[in-house]
Design a protein around this ligand. Structure first.
Ligand code: ADP
Ligand code: MG
Length: 574
């Protein structure tokens, strides 16, 4: 394997977050080769790209598992999760960690039964350039970094627990997470600004014969880095500004270390600038198999941060590590435990007759200098030796297929896949729900719109009817007006004719009837309402009726004179 293969870089792009980015466009374009990604017209190629629909199991299998495989063979292995806050670093790192636990113990159970293992774990965080133990309840005092020729850089007084099952590791992780959130709340700080490091050390002795057996130590670091987004310094001054600068220091130093490592002209690598780069000096440019998982979000709104993450990842790709198997490590705890076990066994054989020396069996659980052997100057009785032996042996895992554990492991893996599937189903269900709600809203709006339109149409119909009605009424009115006008005209005509006739009658009366007779006539005439006409009393003796009789009797007088005379005669009779 070439040295380039010691540093692998993969990218994981999480799906759109339903709550915040539901309406956002996806701006990343993943090539079907699974290695090329295009963003804002830039193209990057990595060892592997995990798309929006990648599963936790797939990410582990196709990237992290290789590192864990190396660790159980005695290599140092480091996995970094890098990226903007909210892009899935913790989500990805958590699954990798749980799968790594399973994988390590699966490997142990399948190893030859002449292989012994000692597995230890630590969990700590770096916040504001201070290191805090996450597996120690009173972790108020920040821990210091030390360096020795044998161990390299290490955290002094850091808790280190011996574990011999997956559930031990899971419990430690849960304890650390709890401590972390308590610290974040108590100190009123942002958890996304801290780096957490979970370390698993796997020591192994291959072979039973102490003269021919070989010892290997693999060290696994899982680093969940702080959010890579720029820390806002606006409006900050004094202590706050210094704090902001310190929070950024580790990430800035990480970039500088990577830049120096990939610059052929660089003469100095600034590992010592920050706690993080000091701790990880082996992982970057040193003796380690390293994997960087660059996490990005697909939304357009994060394009700048995603580009910056991809540039960082691209630079990291050029780092060259020289990974070698750590063999015959001098300070291996397993070696010391093995020595103590051998001695205790020897004592048992002598049935407690031997006065024992000060054997140091540092318990990884508390690192106490727990002195064994002589207590109160008296030899240890066989029971005590047996107990001590048992306790020591319990810390050691032995190789060999353990079918029950394997079945349990399989079941756990199935359960995890099931949980993941259920989570996905739940997300899908929620998305479906959101979609349905939107559709309902749309339909409701459409319905309202439809009802309004119907209402408008009905009103329009009514308006049209009313309009026609008005038109009819208007023309009827004008017809009636015309009729009235005609009637009016006719009436006026009738009045005019009647007036003429009255005038004629008056003229005749004025000229032919003397006023004295007229009075008589007036007194003799009355209007009959029933028949609607004037009636004269003794009509048979009126002028014209009398005149008819006279004509019959007359002989010579002119007609006019006669007429007048008759009128006079007629009237004289009254
Ligand atoms: P970070 O640690 O980078 O700040 P988190 O891991 O806390 O981000 O992820 C933010 C949110 O996005 C969480 O709710 C997480 O469950 C969700 N998330 C991240 N990556 C994925 C993914 N690949 N699939 C589904 N949900 C994801
Ligand atoms: Mg996180």
């Amino acid at each position: 394997m070439s040295s380039e293969d010691n540093v692998r870089v993969v990218v994981r792009c999480r799906p759109l977050s339903t709550e915040l980015e539901a309406d956002q466009d996806i701006c990343v374009d993943l090539n079907s080769d699974g290695r090329t990604i295009r963003l804002a017209s830039r193209e990057f190629t990595f060892d592997r790209i995990f798309g929006l629909d990648s599963t936790q199991a797939q990410v582990f299998r196709e990237s992290a598992q290789y590192i864990v495989d190396c660790v159980v063979q005695g290599y140092n292995g480091t996995i970094f999760a890098y990226g903007q806050t909210g892009t899935g670093k913790t989500y990805t790192a958590s699954a990798i960690l749980l799968n790594s636990f399973d994988h390590i113990f699966d490997y142990i159970s399948k190893s030859a039964n002449d292989t012994k293992f000692l597995v230890r774990a630590s969990f700590y965080e770096i916040y504001n350039e201070e290191i805090r133990d996450l597996l120690c309840k009173n972790n108020l005092k920040p821990l210091e970094l030390k360096e020795s020729t044998q161990c390299g850089v290490y955290v002094k007084d850091l808790s280190c627990y011996v574990v011999n099952s997956v559930s031990d590791l899971t419990k430690l992780r849960q304890l650390g997470e709890k401590q972390r959130s308590v610290a974040a709340t108590n100190m009123n700080r942002e958890s996304s600004r801290s780096h957490t490091i979970f370390t698993i050390t796997v020591e192994m002795i291959i072979g039973n014969d102490s003269k021919t057996s070989s010892l290997r130590v693999g060290k696994f670091n899982l680093v969940d880095l702080a959010g890579s987004e720029r820390q806002s310094k606006t409006g900050t001054s004094g202590d706050r500004l210094r704090e902001a600068a310190k929070i950024n220091l580790s990430l800035t130093s990480l970039s500088l270390v990577i830049a120096a490592l990939t610059d052929s002209k660089a003469t100095h690598i600034p590992y010592r600038n920050s706690k993080l780069t000091r701790i990880l000096s082996d992982s970057l440019g040193g003796n380690s198999k390293t994997l960087l998982i660059a996490c990005i979000g697909p939304a357009k709104m994060n394009i700048d941060e995603s580009l910056s993450t991809l540039r960082f990842a691209s630079n990291t790709k050029h780092i060259k590590n020289k990974a070698i198997i750590n063999e015959d490590t001098k300070d291996a705890l397993l070696r010391r435990f093995q020595k103590q076990i051998d001695e205790l066994k020897h004592q048992l054989e002598l049935e407690g007759d031997v006065d024992m020396d000060n054997n140091d069996t540092n318990d990884a659980n508390n690192n106490n200098d727990d002195k064994n052997g002589e207590s109160n100057g008296k030899p240890m009785i066989p029971n005590e030796i047996l107990e001590k032996l048992k306790s020591l042996e319990n810390k050691i895992c032995f190789g060999g297929e353990n079918l029950i554990e394997k079945a349990e492991l399989q079941q756990r893996l199935i359960a995890e896949s099931e949980t993941e599937l259920q989570e996905r189903r739940e997300k899908e269900r929620q998305l479906q729900l959101t979609l349905e709600l939107r559709q309902q809203e749309f339909l409701r709006i459409e319905e309202t719109y439809g009802t309004l339109q119907e209402e408008v149409m009905a009103l329009n119909k009514k308006l049209k009817k009313a309009f026609y009605f008005l038109k009819d009424a208007k023309s009827e009115l004008s017809d009636t007006q015309c009729d009235y006008e005609k009637l009016h005209e006719d009436l006026l005509d009738s009045i005019r004719t009647a007036n003429k006739e009255i005038k004629l009658t008056n003229c005749l009366i004025n000229h032919y009837i003397p006023d004295s007779k007229l009075e008589i006539i007036h007194n003799s005439v009355a209007y009959n309402d029933l028949v609607g006409e004037w009636q004269l009393r003794c009509i048979a003796y009126t002028g014209n009726n009398m005149q008819q009789k006279s004509i019959d009797q007359s002989v010579s007088q002119s007609q006019t004179n006669l007429d007048l005379q008759n009128v006079y005669l007629t009237y004289n009779k009254y």
